[in-house]
Design a protein around this ligand. Structure first.
Ligand code: TMP
Length: 205
C-alpha cells in the first residue's frame, strides 16, 4: 500500500495557495500517486457559512475562530483522515496555520495558544509550505470592489510578518511567489519530491 503524506499549502492572501495546490496535485498525479485535493474553508455547511462571513466585517473574531475550528474538525474527521487511511496523499489549500495567523491578528484577545487548543482535535500535517508575497503587490492585482474583509494592506502586513516568524520557528518551507508561476511551482515540486523520497514513497520518473 502507498504510504501517505498530509501536505498543507498555506500563506497570505494573494500568494497563490489555490493555484499552487492544484498544480502540485496535477504534478503528483502524473507521477503515479493517488492524490486528494481539498481546501479550507471546506465544502461543509460551516465552510459555506464562513465563505459568506468573509464578506461581513461585523462578525466577531472569536466567532470566526470558533467556526474555522469547527469546520476543520469536521473536515479532518470526515474527509482528510478517511482519505489518508485509503492511501491518498492529501493536499489541503489552507489549514490550522491560517487560523493561528489570521484569527490571532484579528484581535489581541485571541492568543495563538487558544487557537491551537481549539484545533487540537484536527490531525497535524506532515508538511507545511508557506507561500509569501508583498500584499501591496497582490492587492494591486485585485478588483478593489470585490475585496474580502481580510484583504486590507495594514492587516495583511501584520499577517505576513507572523507567517514569516512562525515559519522560521516551526521549520516550515517558505517560498516567495513574486516570480514566474512555473519557477515557484518547480521549487515546490522539488521540495515535495525530496520529502517523498525520505519517506520511501516511490514515484514514476
Ligand atoms: P481563500 O479563498 O484565499 O482561501 O480565502 C480564505 C480566507 O479565509 C483568507 O482570507 C484566509 C481566511 N481564513 C482564516 O481567517 N482562517 C482560517 O482558518 C482559514 C482556513 C482561512
Amino acid at each position: 500500500m502507498q504510504q501517505t503524506l498530509f501536505i498543507v499549502i498555506d500563506g497570505i492572501d494573494g500568494a497563490g495557495s489555490t493555484l499552487h495546490s492544484k498544480l502540485l496535485a496535477g504534478f503528483l498525479s502524473l507521477k503515479g500517486l493517488k492524490i486528494h485535493l481539498t481546501q479550507e474553508p471546506s465544502n461543509s455547511e460551516i465552510g459555506k457559512l464562513l465563505r459568506n462571513f468573509l464578506k461581513d466585517d461585523k462578525i466577531p473574531p472569536s466567532t470566526d475562530a470558533l467556526l474555522f475550528a469547527a469546520d476543520r474538525d469536521l473536515h479532518y474527521r470526515n474527509e482528510i483522515k478517511m482519505k489518508l487511511e485509503e492511501g491518498y496523499i492529501v493536499i489541503s489549500d489552507r489549514y490550522i496555520e491560517s487560523s493561528i495567523i489570521y484569527q490571532s491578528c484579528q484581535s489581541e484577545k485571541i492568543t495563538i495558544e487558544w487557537v491551537k487548543n481549539l484545533n487540537k482535535f484536527a490531525g497535524k500535517p506532515d508538511l507545511t509550505i508557506i507561500l509569501d508575497i508583498d500584499p501591496k503587490m497582490s492587492l494591486a492585482r485585485k478588483n478593489q470592489k470585490d475585496l474580502e474583509k481580510f484583504e486590507d494592506i495594514s492587516f495583511l502586513e501584520q499577517v505576513r510578518k507572523l507567517y514569516i516568524t512562525r515559519a522560521k520557528e516551526e521549520g516550515y518551507f517558505i517560498i516567495n511567489t513574486d516570480d514566474i508561476i512555473e519557477l515557484v511551482q518547480e521549487k515546490i515540486q522539488q521540495f515535495v519530491l525530496n520529502k517523498l523520497k525520505v519517506k520511501g514513497i516511490q514515484v514514476k520518473e
